[in-house]
Design a binder for this molecule. Structure first.
Ligand code: PEP
Ligand code: MN
Length: 311
């Protein structure tokens, strides 16, 4: 159960009541509120992600304000070597991207697939950031690796770890912004519940990212239900990102998936881009070129602008 105090008076009253009744509780500071969390009293239906708590949140990553306009993170599926990530970082910057993405710690389905360069991959991403000024978003798989993420601007939680509750609780205790993918077997409501784990730890810097779910349809790699983006936008104050790359699994579908996501209300796009997609060490089929990225960003920003106009 949660009880939210909007001001200091409220906080004192609730605290006194909790003490008197002898209930177990912990208090966190989230945005401008005090939140009392008690494991007794049932789950209740109040949620910290809910629009009833807050209308809209902006997540600041470096100088970016995610939730205002359209933010684009782009880069390879995996950081493969130093030269490659520097080259792609320059290209995605020139194409209009705001952030560089790239996996260093990779959660691969098969243990025999390329597993990523781990801390060396992060080092190369940091070099790419130093050269281009683009902040980094990259995946964290385990709290133990957090020591390598000092210069990383945003921590990604991948679909395969979306219900790794120990990881979510750990991230709730940090202040760094989190990009939280939906679990591929989760409903949209369950996806929001994973965000609640981070918020209820006291970290309000969460952007939720929809990357499709596994269904019966196999014409695309995953099933991109734009309804889930519409639902998320109506239920939560958190900014919503969409990942058209993993959702489609096909280079030629990424543009339409990206535009459909923006039409559904996405505040951010995360797109896989490679300078030689066919030779990528992971997800070769879905990575696009910087030339494609430039066109998609141009169209997506134009669409976002039209959608924000009052008619
Ligand atoms: C990724 O973005 O690098 C990734 C592995 O995506 P997902 O977790 O959505 O499969
Ligand atoms: Mn990938």
């Amino acid at each position: 159960m949660i009880v939210i105090a909007k001001d200091d008076n409220d906080r004192k009253m609730i605290q006194e009541d909790m003490e008197k009744s002898g209930s177990e509780y912990r208090m966190i500071r989230l945005y401008d509120s005090y939140v009392f969390i008690s494991p007794v009293g049932g789950e209740g239906d109040e949620r910290l992600y809910s629009k009833k708590f807050r209308d809209r949140s902006i997540v600041e990553v470096s100088d970016l304000r995610i939730g205002e306009g359209l933010t684009v993170a782009a880069g390879p599926c995996s950081v493969e070597n130093e030269e490659m990530i520097l080259d792609i970082a320059r290209s995605v910057k020139a194409a209009g991207a705001d952030m560089i993405r790239g996996g260093a710690f990779k959660p691969r389905t098969s243990p025999y697939s390329f597993q990523g360069l781990a801390e060396r991959g992060i080092k190369y991403l940091v070099e790419a950031k130093e050269e281009t000024g683009l902040p980094i978003v990259t995946e964290i798989m385990n709290p133990e690796y957090y020591r390598y993420f000092d210069d990383v601007d945003m921590l990604q939680v991948g679909s395969r770890n979306a219900q790794n509750f120990d990881l979510l609780r750990f991230l709730g205790k940090q202040k760094k912004p989190v990009l939280l993918k939906n679990g591929m077997g989760n409903t949209a409501k369950e996806w929001l519940e994973t965000a609640e784990y981070i918020l209820s730890g006291g970290n309000g810097n969460v952007v939720i990212c929809y990357r499709g779910v596994r269904g019966i349809e196999n014409s695309t790699r995953f099933t991109m239900n734009v309804g889930s983006i519409i639902y998320a936008k109506s239920e939560t104050h958190l900014p919503v990102c969409a990942d058209p790359s993993h959702a489609s699994g096909r280079r030629d579908f990424v543009e339409s998936m990206a535009l459909a996501s923006v039409a559904a209300g996405a505040d951010m796009l995360e797109i896989e881009v490679h300078n030689d997609p066919d030779r990528a060490l992971s997800d070769a089929e879905q990575q696009i070129t910087p030339v494609d990225l430039k066109r998609i960003i141009g169209k997506a920003r134009a669409l976002k602008k039209v959608l924000s106009q009052k008619m």
